[in-house]
Design a protein around this ligand. Structure first.
Ligand code: FMN
Length: 327
């Protein structure tokens, strides 16, 4: 399939694997890219910029296809060493960067000078327009359904995607709630040029996370996510568990007095315990409502091949058939 996104990134299929903390390692990124999508390494999961350089080199050993690096700008007083992270990306010869969390304008000239395409993840049309105006090449439009940080507007993709299509000139992909061929065709119908998936790619053979995490996604329904940290205006959609219910109880009890320190036990530094050790009640971990559509753990190749084959089927058979039926 050819879209402005496949052309922009030099990929075969318009499917992107979004950056994911403690999931987006080289082996997943390479598997997605080898299957014709765009795999993405998560920069901040690497402890140092040198580690990121090694991860990029490791990915290059596993694929000769394009892959990207996600750089998330965190709302923190002690930010990571972003200049060194971008240096590692440039020196590693990476040609696509996915930015998220905040406006990437400070680093855009540097990335452009080095021939790097930038796709910025946004949860609002106004942020997407801003990204377009500062020179981003594309945006990932992340609806309220998404795993991770949906922002504070709560607009689902059924509204957000056509709104983005009405306003944007640069190409965009849908993100949040995307799982299969139906998601892809619907996204294309609403004006997107492809789709970005997070949660779906965790439940794949190559995702380097504990088996318990994959099984939790397969077992979950669309009712099993919760929004946490809304009182801190840092809303995150996570899989429910004992720690999340405790966290929500604290939010109810403390109301507007809630401070980050009150919930640090449930959110700070919990990812390694969950993703590596498989301690499923250790804390809050991002997961999308789309878990309700995920019932298996295929390889990335099987997943992407299936999505593309079924998408062709929907377009050329189901939808085309309706057209002839109505004359
Ligand atoms: C476990 C997990 C960790 C994530 N970590 C990040 C991250 O570090 N940076 C980022 O920009 N997005 C992160 N995301 C968001 C994804 O890149 C993607 O936008 C989101 O998962 C899309 O929604 P979906 O899960 O419904 O597909 C994460 C998502 C999950 C599920």
């Amino acid at each position: 399939m050819k879209t402005r996104i496949t052309e922009l990134f030099g990929i075969e299929h318009p499917i992107i694997q979004g950056g994911m903390h403690y999931v987006g390692y080289a082996q997943l990124a390479a598997a997605v890219s080898n299957a014709g999508g765009l795999g993405i390494i998560t920069a901040l999961t690497q402890k140092t910029p040198d580690d990121l350089s090694n991860e990029i080199a490791r990915c290059r050993e596993m694929t000769d296809k394009p892959f990207g690096v996600n750089v998330t700008f965190l709302p923190t007083l002690n930010p990571p060493d972003y200049p060194a992270i971008f240096k590692a990306i440039i020196e590693g010869g990476v040609k696509v960067v996915e930015t998220a969390g905040n406006n990437p304008s400070e680093y855009l000239p540097l990335l452009k000078e080095n021939g790097i395409k930038v796709i910025h993840k946004c949860t609002a049309v106004r942020h997407a327009l801003k990204a377009q105006s500062i020179g981003c090449d594309a945006v990932s439009v992340d609806g309220f359904e998404c795993g991770g940080h949906p922002g504070e507007d709560d607009i689902p993709n059924m509204i957000l995607l056509p709104r983005a299509a009405d306003e944007l000139d640069i190409p965009f992909v849908s993100s949040g709630g995307q799982a299969d061929a139906r998601s892809l065709v619907a996204s294309l119908a609403m004006g997107a040029e492809g789709m970005n998936m997070g949660t779906r790619f965790i439940a794949t053979q190559e995702a380097p996370v504990h088996e318990n995490v994959k099984q939790a996604i397969v077992a979950a329904s669309e009712l099993d996510t919760r929004l946490v940290m809304r009182p801190l205006r840092n809303t995150e959609r996570v899989m429910t568990n004992v720690a999340v219910e405790r966290l929500l109880e604290k939010e109810r009890a403390l109301g507007s007095d809630l401070k980050f320190a009150d919930i640090a036990e449930e959110v700070a530094g919990v990812y390694p315990r969950i993703m590596i050790d498989g301690e499923m009640d250790a804390g809050a971990w991002s997961c999308g409502m789309v878990a309700g559509l995920i019932h298996d753990i295929p390889t990335c190749q099987e997943l992407i091949t299936r999505i593309m084959a079924e998408a062709e089927q929907i377009i050329s058979s189901r939808l085309a058939g309706m057209q002839s039926a109505t004359g």
